[in-house]
Design a protein around this ligand. Structure first.
Ligand SMILES: [Zn+2]
Length: 195
């Protein structure tokens, strides 16, 4: 279990808003914008930029922070400051917004807003705080046009599916999906172009 609170009600409420309305477009911190900020907001931004600089000198590539070490504590502190910035209504600032997911102050929109990044760079469940698991699922592809026989090109795709062992359901190892022959062809051409 995590040693810190994931989010209070204010942050959880904000997440729901962002989920519904999307992120506001990020604004750079201009002189003019700065003049409109309160003392508390400015103090929070100063802390954020100071700690981010420190973080860059401490975090080493390929070394993952472990609970309680210097890098962990620093990333946790930045996370706390970012949530403070959210409570102070600074989500529209680029310097805040750019860091929210990386420091786990918000759940990752690319993970359906369900999981957030912990100071050790692993994903945890935004609801219950369990470490998230991933599983490789084999998906066989069937052609729409050939329904109901469910014939396909015999192609099997692998997908990495994330789930929470506590409040989610472990996906089964095999599944299937249908696509049209046209979709299948354009997907294959897309793959070929990448190679
Ligand atoms: Zn969970």
């Amino acid at each position: 279990m995590l040693s810190f609170e994931i989010a209070d009600d204010a942050i959880r409420g904000l997440v729901k808003d962002l989920q519904t309305n999307g992120m506001p477009s990020p604004q750079p911190l201009t002189e003019e914008l700065l003049r409109g900020l309160s003392k508390e907001q400015i103090e929070t931004l100063k802390n954020l930029s100071h700690l981010s600089d420190q973080q860059q000198s401490i975090i080493q590539p390929d070394v993952f922070p472990e609970e309680g070490d210097e890098a962990w504590n620093l990333r946790l502190e930045i996370r706390t400051i970012l949530q403070q910035a959210l409570r102070l209504d600074l989500v529209h600032l680029k310097m805040v917004q750019d860091n929210l997911v990386f420091f786990g102050a918000l759940p990752d929109p690319q993970k359906d807003w369900r999981y957030f990044i912990c100071p050790d760079f692993k994903y945890y469940c935004w609801q219950c705080g369990s470490e998230v698991m991933s599983k490789t699922v084999y998906v066989s592809i069937h052609y729409k046009e050939l329904r109901p026989t469910m014939a396909g090109g015999g192609e099997v795709e692998t997908q990495e599916i994330w789930y929470c062992p506590q409040c989610g359901v472990e996906p089964s190892s095999y599944s299937s999906r249908t696509e049209s022959i046209g979709e299948s062809l354009s997907r294959e051409q897309g793959i070929a172009r990448l190679c």
